[in-house]
Ligand binder design. Sequence first.
Ligand code: NAD
Length: 411
Amino acid sequence: MDNVFNSALDSLNKAGKLAGIDPNVMDLLSRPKRIIDFSIPLKMDDGSFRLFEAYRVHYNDALGPTRDGTRFVPNLHIDEVKALALFMTIKHAVSDVPAGGGKGGIKVDPSKLSDWELERLTRGFIRGLKPKGPKIDIPGADIGTDYRTQSWMLDEYEQITGEHNPPAINDKPNIMGGTVGSAEATGLGIFYVTQEACKDNNIDLKEEEVVIQGFGQVGATIARYLYDLGAKIIAVSDISGGFYNKKGLDIPEMQKHVEKNQKLEGYKKAESISNEELLELECGLLIPAAVQNVINKDNAGNINAKMIIEAANGPITPDAENILKENGIKVIPDVVANAGGAIVCHYERIQGITDDYWDLEKVEKRLNKQILNAYVNARDTAEEFDTTTRLGAWIVALRKVAQAVKMRGWV
Ligand code: NAD
């Protein structure tokens, strides 16, 4: 199995070399600043006892407090958390968000817990982590976490500290001090970047067939924006498998099916295909929006898309990216494409600190400007260095992090 932290280091090292980043800064960025590795004891509803592995990684905080998601998945590995925390360092820097990179998680399958067990475990995460507040590290949501978990996290933090402090936790609902537009932010950001990248590459979205892997918060949202624009989405999938219809899928109907059944499984108006087959379908746009490493050296040669938009974090391994490049397939990288959630988390922080809450129009307008600025900088830097948009994005970010690291006198 490819290691996603090695993939992240591959981008780091290639971008650092191309841009001539100071070797001491590169050394500093080759490992996280801090790893918190702890256990959460939990009494289960039936009286039995279980111990859960939990992590929080503060990768680098030269540009601001470490910030971002908390993943609750059964196969969580510390290398995955380190990779995601490094991605966040880059994502914040390339998008001009004054924050460092953080990530955390618990090795758990939340679907196997009762609501009470999940609440106790989530509160246990905060007690075990002892977060120090919005000026130091801010846990948000990721796979397996949502408005409920983020509300419990904030409440637990506030119960411990005895004060209201909404910016201490991100991705919470409006009523807890969150922002409007947060649930759609990543999908909307991907939509903005996709439209711009299509223009740059002479791809007419309304003429092309689109394939999307993953139909969760990100995959279903981007599917819906593209569907509403008039794009033809011929295949989508989730963990239960893929669904294909050459004439185009009815995305609103599929969203309703998932609302009712939690999964796409059982959807009737499409042909069943595997997730592997889905990735190899002939299409204009392929959007992996599920998990890491799904496009690797084993299947990269069979990818039949004009352009890939990385909605998931790390869906393409470095080996695969070389093959895609040789085959002329353009890749719009995760650190730019899916930065919408991170950018809107920044707006959530601003609103929480000032107690001045924005309307949706303001959130969307600022997001559009900020994410397209990141994309254009990455694209132009890639052109300047005659490299991929991914390395263009990493170079933009590394230059900023390196400058802050030096100004602080760390190297
Ligand atoms: P989610 O849990 O809401 O949805 C994940 C989807 O992927 C589900 O449909 C699930 O069934 C499917 N899936 C899981 N494993 C799969 C597999 N092995 N093969 C095929 N499908 C599989 O998660 P999400 O928030 O939509 O996140 C999806 C990806 O986007 C992740 O890589 C996440 O890190 C990344 N991302 C999310 C956000 C955000 O704001 N939610 C922001 C940036 C990046």
